[in-house]
Design a protein around this ligand. Sequence first.
Ligand code: PLP
Length: 412
Amino acid sequence: MLQGTLTGMTDQLIPTRRAFPADDPIFALNAEAVARKAAGESILNATVGALLDDSGQLVVLDSVMDLWRDLTALEIAPYAPIAGDPAFLKALVKRHWPQLDSAGAACATPGGSGALALSLRNFLEPGQTLLSTAPFWGPYATLATENGMHLATAPWPAVGQALDGAAWDAALRNLMKTQGRVLLWLNDPCHNPTGRSLSTADRAVLSGLLREVSALGPVTLLLDFAYLDYTREPGAVAAALEDYAALGAEGRVLVGASLSLSKSMTLYGARCGALAFPWCGDPALQAALTQSCRGTWSNCAKAPQSLLLRLAKDGKAQARLAAEHRHWSEVLAARASALDAALEAEGMDALHWQGGFFVTVPAADPGAASGRLKAEGVYTVPLPEGLRVGLCALRPIEAPRFAQALRRAAAR
Ligand SMILES: Cc1ncc(COP(=O)(O)O)c(C=O)c1O
């Protein structure tokens, strides 16, 4: 084909779709770091968003891969039901809330991203505004834009600070006043990108505000549970889940969860997850979710759903998986501790990681600091609030180099 034919095609693209960056910004930074490393430079790449071991290899959980290898043709090849296998949905919800007997209104989705996207289409009108936290996982903004919506934020607490109840109250009431409904995406516990969770007191304040605003119009709280299995504090994660279950069971705020097999099972590429509202059995909500699935991806991959069903019936596999999660949580905790020690040795504040794959270092001008770090071969992801560092890929021995480069970058 002639080059001219290829370059002349953009007239067909509608005007609003012509000015996007060629690549996702995080993937682009990662690609740059990988290319420099391949060319022989000593690169510290903290942009990665998947769990790597200390030799830089992708971690794939053995307990999960053993189940995957046992899948039969009929557990892989057929279509799954449009809204997902009901037994899969129940098993996935019970991983988080074992006391529940039903997934409620729920559907399978391609990862947590699919669940987030479907929540937008079912709980907001085009042109309305979603509420989340600052900072947030960057693709939240992309998901909102792709669905013709806006994103507003309220602050995630800084280290050692309480939730800013006044700012949250104002954000919730403002949205309720202007659009008559609220959808909140909350990546708690184990928040990406701060690596910290809300405290019990923060959660009580936020729940109280959500209850109050729900008296004025419909409020949906969607919990994004991407990282729950990787934590320094499993007891605190369990307590958070109970708090949210209590809020959901009251029935005033519609509480749902975006669930994913990407990190929990290291099945990133299998694209499996769910959107579930365990305390809502409304047939109209179920019908809306099923309709969204049919009109978006028709149905989701069967193999990972089958795998989760095998896991739910296999106590030994569950114990192996739990041991693997414990091991990798300890690896992440050791990396977080090494980073905190290195930051403190350079006169900076510790970050106090509690869970997830990331921490965020505050920076006055994150864009400039990231540029200076890149010049030293250190790659982070600049956010408006600071620099995101992937603990999931940072070896403890790299922590001093990171902290020294950061001090130099911040000092200028
Ligand atoms: C906070 C958060 N939510 C959701 C996701 C979605 O991941 P997936 O669609 O692979 O489940 C990610 C992935 O990085 C994430 O960090």
